[in-house]
Write a protein that binds this ligand. Structure first.
Ligand SMILES: NC(=O)c1ccc[n+]([C@@H]2O[C@H](COP(=O)([O-])OP(=O)(O)OC[C@H]3O[C@@H](n4cnc5c(N)ncnc54)[C@H](OP(=O)(O)O)[C@@H]3O)[C@@H](O)[C@H]2O)c1
Length: 335
């Protein structure tokens, strides 16, 4: 296999761990000797070994059989090895300690704590380094992680379910607006995010769980509650979850407080007043709208005051397709 094929294999196989590695990026590493694979490793679970460490530990099992010294080997990894001592120690130092001949990297790590320092450590220790191979694919695969480190704020997605006549809900009544298939789709969106945010009214009126109920392993999202009022922390929302509660209503301040955290993406699941407040602030990157055929009529509460509100907030339609009898539309910020 050539370097391109090996890098694509590492990227593809790393994808399997996207729901368990988050909020960390998914990373794959392959160790080769003369283009033959000796071992592979992936960052599988948040807080556990990085991909390079898993690949090296696996390679050690073959030392003396498939190869003698690490200086015979090349390491291919999708993201620059880290240079900081985090939960697991610096990968760049470990690679140096092992004495690899060469390292091929997909993308430079956008995290300012790394951002080229991993490469510097390798090069300063006479390891040959090449980087940039399929960097766009690595960035696309870790969209939220790159977004966070490039902009300094988490990526914000707002998800709403709307009746055919543009309503969010009926006060004091619990109605499902969209189909079961759409609601299952929402579970996957939750599984993909690092935090789920809602407001006090939704908590009090709906008693929502807002965790990802999916049939695959997932590192469940943190929860964020915005409320200025006393709340009951025995509600389902707090069950087995790490919850941040904010009593302030300055949305920029709240979002900016995640700048130095590991949270790279926040999904807002709230009613019309909080959703419109987010949209008005201009801090929403993506808006997902599920529209059903149901009519809520006069008792319903409107999502928006005016027609074309989504366009007026500066969003353009990115994609649109049917889920069961509902329509799912994804809007992104029109830069
Ligand atoms: N169709 C859907 O997709 C969907 C999704 C979620 C909810 N809903 C419905 O929406 C209804 C509630 O809607 P809602 O918008 O009134 O309630 P909400 O989602 O709870 O948001 C409003 C609440 O957020 C808090 N908040 C903090 N900062 C704020 C800010 N800057 N601007 C606005 N609110 C801020 C306040 O909580 P405190 O009052 O506690 O201080 C406020 O009452 C629920 O009954 C639910 O059924 C519909």
């Amino acid at each position: 296999m050539n370097y391109e094929e090996l890098m694509l294999r590492a990227i593809t196989r790393a994808e399997k761990f996207k729901y368990t590695a988050k909020p960390n990026p998914v990373v794959g590493a392959i160790i080769i000797k003369n283009n033959e694979i000796i071992s592979e490793g992936y960052h599988q679970i948040y807080g556990e070994n990085h991909a390079e460490i898993n690949a090296i530990q696996e390679a050690q099992k073959h030392q003396g059989k498939k190869f003698e010294k690490f200086s015979e080997l090349t390491l291919i990894c999708t993201l620059e090895p880290c240079s900081h001592i985090g939960k697991t120690g610096s990968c760049a130092d470990f690679i140096v300690k092992k004495g690899f001949k060469k390292v091929i990297i997909g993308s430079i790590d956008p995290n300012p704590r790394v951002a080229g320092r991993g490469i510097e450590i390798l090069e300063n220790n006479n390891i040959e380094v090449e980087y940039g191979l399929f960097k766009d694919l690595v960035e696309k695969q870790n969209k939220f992680f790159f977004y966070k480190h490039k902009t300094g704020k988490p990526h914000i997605t707002v998800k709403i379910a709307s009746s055919f006549d543009g309503m969010s809900h009926i006060n004091d009544e619990r109605v499902f607006i969209t189909s079961e298939s759409s609601r299952n789709d929402v579970q996957k969106i939750r599984a993909n995010h690092d935090a789920i945010l809602t407001g006090g009214n939704t908590l009090r009126n709906d008693n929502p769980k807002m965790d990802a109920r999916v049939d695959f392993a997932v590192n469940q999202a943190k929860k964020i509650l915005l409320t200025s009022k006393p709340y009951n922390n025995k509600l389902d929302f707090f069950n087995n979850a790490s919850v941040d509660v904010f009593g302030i209503n300055d949305l920029n301040e709240i979002i900016n407080s995640y700048q130095d955290s590991e949270i790279c993406s926040i999904l807002v699941e709230a009613g019309p007043s909080l959703v419109n407040a987010f949209l008005k602030e201009g801090i929403v990157d993506e808006l997902i709208v599920y529209t059903s055929k149901k009519i809520l009529g006069e008792k319903g509460v409107n999502w928006f005051d005016k027609d074309n509100a989504i366009e007026n907030y500066g969003f353009k339609l990115e994609s649109s397709y049917k889920i069961d009898t509902d329509l799912k539309e994804i809007f992104i910020k029109d830069e």
